[in-house]
Design a protein around this ligand. Sequence first.
Ligand SMILES: Nc1ncnc2c1ncn2[C@@H]1O[C@H](COP(=O)(O)OP(=O)(O)OP(=O)(O)O)[C@@H](O)[C@H]1O
Length: 247
Amino acid sequence: MTAETARALVEAHAITRDYPSGGGIVHALRGIDLIIQAGEFVALRGRSGSGKTTLINILIGIDNPTTGDVFVLGHHLKELNENERARLRRESIGIMFQNAHLFPALTALENVELPLRLARTPGKERIRLAREALEHVGLGKRWNHRGLELSGGEQQRVALARALVHKPRFIVADEPTGNLDSLTGRDIAQLLRDISHTEKIGMLIATHDPIIYNSADRVLQINDGLIAEHQNKTTGDPQQSRFQMRT
Ligand SMILES: Nc1ncnc2c1ncn2[C@@H]1O[C@H](COP(=O)(O)OP(=O)(O)OP(=O)(O)O)[C@@H](O)[C@H]1O
């Protein structure tokens, strides 16, 4: 796959998403524009039902916008077929959820290796990369523990190692600290932010957790399918979105 043009890591232009529902239509996204650069740690904040998951699914190409365009690493998602999108995710995107979704009977190492198995990476290389990813999240010594033997925070670290193992350029996470106590959540937030900055990975974290949005470079506030406020944490200034809003 060759990228179409040099663009930001992720760009979304005028994204809308309508769902047919009960004989009517739910306007889940109503005109979203956003840009995420390499190495930016961005929080997506909004109440339940505001459109966070819908937006994330569209940015990683597992759902399509009703209207609008998404570019990831220069690829215009509209122009990729399902296989090409799956390949883009396999090669360049990491995904984390609220629950770690580990296979409990597999070791941490085996869980982290899974995406590499799907990508048919040879065995020795898989183990090397999985060990390296576990080291990266501070679990180098626990590689042989099974999913069930790990604490909630450790399981989320394994999930992060799994999201990192193929060296993605963009990571999305949906409430990654949602099931953790506040101290463990703080550790995971710090780790995500550090890795985003040191590895130059763009991260978009949908969250209700103040620990995440207080440590983010930028906070996008989404209300009823629109980005209502765009706070740049480097200046600390809340501002109305400079992006155009559509109704
Ligand atoms: N498959 C679907 N069919 C119909 N409506 C849907 C569907 N998926 C989402 N919606 C609606 O779209 C809106 C946005 O939902 P979304 O799941 O994106 O919100 P969210 O901000 O992620 O919420 P939460 O924080 O609870 O996960 C909601 O009104 C929801 O009911």
